[in-house]
Design a protein around this ligand. Structure first.
Ligand code: HPA
Ligand code: ZN
Length: 337
């Protein structure tokens, strides 16, 4: 095993960073999940931590999404959303994640009779508290579940417009293959026109064409994952030239079998080609860690240098939806480390 020196681990832990790709429900740790299931008297499929951990071995994205969706069933009240958001923010802040952009989902809950107000009130209360006590910032991105189709996404966007002051943008998540980006053109046009920032999962398991079409047809500001873009040299050139951010999630890619080993992850290659890549956790409670665990694992597997880590931290702020003056402040902070 490649030994990462202690100095480097400390450096990764201490450098200020942003997280840009995290699904709120993917951060519910097993202990919290069982507590919530008990409190809300949910007839939950998993009874013990061991049951849960045993279920956390995935063939692919579809397999994972089934378990992930089971996990969302423990949530019921605004207080539940507050508790999971607070736990995620505190954990991230302890890793020197000073800004985060969190995917939330309305569609899963609406069908269970949980109103969007419940989700927004709970998450927002935690965000406000962490901002006031620590100065940490968190933006919310409303993710459309692509397997539910464009009509449902449009209805969800309409619902999201009620919270224009609390939502920064929209994203596209869930099963990728079979649900190409162009299905959602109208929704993304409307989201952009109403002032939302936009991002889409693409090239996680789907082909390079999905990445290209997310950029050219959906006109997204950012791509989540984007690994498969590497199969299309013309697309790579465009991503580099236009500095389109890719939010990479190394431990997620291995957990879902999209990359067979971290040593074969293209993160370093992308970095060396001048792509604007950052390191993110995706679903930290399921895939083996938060931002720092992802950075440490990938630094070890790909022999990253301190210069690479600085670049990844800078990229995380540059790729964020923060205003330019805040980005500058954070970049300045990194330059003094
Ligand atoms: N991909 C797509 N949708 C998701 C994921 C993911 O990794 N995590 C939660 N929803
Ligand atoms: Zn994701």
């Amino acid at each position: 095993m490649n030994i990462l020196n202690k100095n480097m681990i400390e450096f990764i832990k201490k450098i200020p960073k942003a997280e840009l790709h995290i699904h709120l429900e993917g951060s519910i740790e097993p202990e919290m999940m069982l507590l919530l299931a008990q409190k809300n008297k949910i007839r939950f499929k998993y009874k013990t931590i061991e049951d849960l951990k045993k279920a956390y071995s995935f063939e692919d994205l579809r397999d994972f999404l089934y378990v992930y969706t089971q996990g969302t069933k423990v949530l019921k009240t605004a207080e539940d959303f507050y508790n999971i958001t607070k736990a995620y923010l505190e954990k991230s802040y302890s890793q020197n994640v000073l800004h985060t952009e969190i995917f939330i989902d309305f569609q899963t809950y609406v069908r269970r009779g949980i109103a969007s107000d419940v989700i927004m009130d709970g998450t927002w209360a935690a965000i406000k508290e962490m901002n006031e006590s620590k100065g940490m910032t968190a933006y919310l991105l409303l993710a459309f579940l692509r397997h539910l189709g464009a009509k449902s996404a449009m209805e969800t966007l309409e619902e999201g417009l009620k919270y224009k002051d609390k939502l920064t943008g929209v994203g596209l998540a869930s099963t990728e293959i079979g649900y190409p980006p162009e299905l959602f053109k109208e929704v993304f046009d409307k989201a952009r026109e109403t002032g939302f920032k936009t991002t889409a999962h693409a090239g996680e398991e789907g082909p390079a064409e999905y990445v290209r079409n997310s950029i050219e047809i959906l006109k997204v500001d950012r791509i989540d994952h984007g690994n498969k873009a590497m199969d299309d040299p013309g697309l790579v050139k465009m991503i580099v030239e236009r500095q389109i951010p890719l939010t990479l999630c190394p431990l997620s890619n291995v957990a879902l079998g999209n990359v067979n080993h971290l040593k074969n992850h293209t993160l370093k290659k992308k970095l060396d080609m001048g792509m604007l890549v950052s390191v993110n956790s995706d679903d930290p409670a399921y895939f083996g860690g938060y931002v720092n665990e992802n950075m440490i694992a990938v630094a070890r597997a790909l022999n990253l240098t301190k210069k690479d880590i600085v670049k990844l931290a800078q990229n995380s702020f540059i790729s964020s939806f923060l205003p330019e003056n805040k980005k500058k402040e954070y970049l300045e902070m990194i330059s003094h480390i």
